[in-house]
Design a protein around this ligand. Structure first.
Ligand code: IPE
Ligand code: IPE
Ligand code: MG
Length: 252
């Protein structure tokens, strides 16, 4: 994990580390992982699913309650059709293979993003996964698939406009009420946002929700990500001081 070197504010002896309630991850670097091994990019995506399994397990063990992962963006349609098909196939296979185990482990699954653009079989599978895990409360896994934050905000604004037009509500709206129109309406904002693969950008992910998230950019490519990287990320998170625009209690 880069930039996780010497702690700036080490946790004082005897003080419990804070576990972020909601961690969001931009799972990037599958293609470069494969290319470095002279493999097709799709091999990197396949290994990326294993990294996701490891990360979900580790997040639950570490006491994180919400994990949101960026799996396919509205801009990823610009990739070759064969790669897009592989990514859709992998989502389908992941849900088909892991749903009953995740359900038994108390995981609530949500898929955020544009549903209209999904093939019918995938749309019905993700609805089934959400329905079957709706009452689970142990852990919340949210998969951003066919997701773009600007698209999400536009859909929310349209839904709000429709409600105003039909007289369901008046146009004065609070931040919390607007957040309720987003795909993430029933999720807390992310506390920590991790991006793998050494890129320093947000690529249209959770633009509204990450207003006060702590950002962590690490060099590891997503297929190599695992428990130790998540543990390092939590250590790094504990070195941050979240001020939300106020001044620190120490006046710094
Ligand atoms: C992340 O890995 C997966 C998706 C964006 C779907 P990439 O496929 O972007 O891998 P790189 O960034 O090209 O290495
Ligand atoms: C962001 O990664 C989207 C996902 C991880 C699903 P990209 O690889 O698509 O982002 P850019 O193109 O490098 O910004
Ligand atoms: Mg990428």
């Amino acid at each position: 994990m880069s930039r996780a070197s010497a702690p700036l504010n080490p946790i004082p002896v005897g003080q419990q580390p804070v576990v972020p309630k909601h961690v969001a991850i931009i799972m990037d670097g599958n293609g470069r992982w494969a290319t470095a091994r002279h493999l097709p990019r799709t091999a990197g995506h396949e290994r990326g699913v294993e990294a996701l399994r490891r990360t979900v397990d580790a997040a639950g063990d570490l006491g994180i309650r919400y994990l949101t992962v960026f799996s396919f963006s509205t801009e990823n349609w610009r990739r070759p059709a064969a790669e897009v098909n592989t990514l859709f196939g992998l989502l389908k296979a992941y849900v088909q293979r892991d749903l009953s185990r995740l359900k038994d482990e108390g995981v609530r699954i949500r898929i955020i993003g544009q549903r209209a653009g999904l093939p019918a079989d995938i749309a019905s599978l993700v609805s089934k996964a959400e329905e079957e895990t709706r009452t689970n409360t142990e852990f919340n896994l949210t998969i951003a698939f066919n997701y773009g934050s600007r698209d999400e905000i536009l859909r929310a604004a349209s839904a709000l406009a429709r409600d105003v037009k039909s007289g369901l509500r008046d146009p004065d709206i609070t931040e919390n009420e607007f957040a309720g129109y987003l795909d993430t309406g029933d999720l807390p904002d992310p506390d920590l946002l991790i991006r793998t693969s050494g890129e320093f950008r947000i690529s249209n992910f959770l633009l509204w929700q990450a207003a006060y998230a702590e950002f962590l950019f690490c060099d590891v490519l997503w297929p190599d990500f695992g428990r130790s990287h998540l543990e390092d990320a939590l250590k790094c998170y504990n070195e941050r001081e979240r001020r939300y625009g106020a001044v620190s209690p120490g006046g710094g």
